[in-house]
Design a protein around this ligand. Structure first.
Ligand code: THU
Length: 139
């Protein structure tokens, strides 16, 4: 399945997500998140959560990574894989808002979350957001 990264790609994604978590701006929750996405182009883009004193304006790591890819010029972005890292005991899956944004560019993306322990979530966007509203519904 083309959305499954190679071992080398997965290693790079994990490393990029871990580095990104270190860049998190999370003074309110202290919950650091890093994400890395693998585009169809073969490029990897990463992002961290960026919080705000007006809490609801916070941008999650996953969306930061996706928006960075588009801003970098991925005009027809297709996401193969999303990797999330949190320096926690348990792995955390993307929030609902991020699932919807992943759906826009990678409705069948593989989604892998890992953390400080061996705990891991290895799933797909199809499983995380069944029956999603997407671009095709607008046509
Ligand atoms: N957060 C993410 O970055 N990604 C998620 O999928 C869930 C939550 C961030 C938002 C906020 O800065 C902190 O984690 C606590 O919710």
């Amino acid at each position: 399945m083309m959305n499954h990264p190679t071992a080398i790609e997965l290693g790079k994604l994990r490393s990029a997500a871990r580095v990104a978590a270190g860049q998190a701006y999370a003074p309110y929750s202290k919950f650091r998140v890093g994400a890395a996405i693998l585009a169809d182009s073969g490029k990897i883009y990463s992002g961290c959560n960026v919080e705000n004193a007006s809490y609801g304006l916070t941008n999650c790591a996953e969306r930061t990574a996706i928006f960075s890819a588009v801003a970098a010029g991925e005009k027809k972005l297709k996401i193969r894989c999303v990797v999330v890292y949190t320096p926690t005991k348990l792995a955390t899956a993307p929030c609902g808002a991020c699932r919807q944004v992943i759906n826009e560019f990678g409705p069948h993306a593989r989604v892998i979350s890992f953390c400080k322990s061996a705990d891991i979530i290895d799933t797909s966007l199809d499983a995380l957001l069944p029956g999603a509203f997407g671009p095709a519904d607008l046509k």
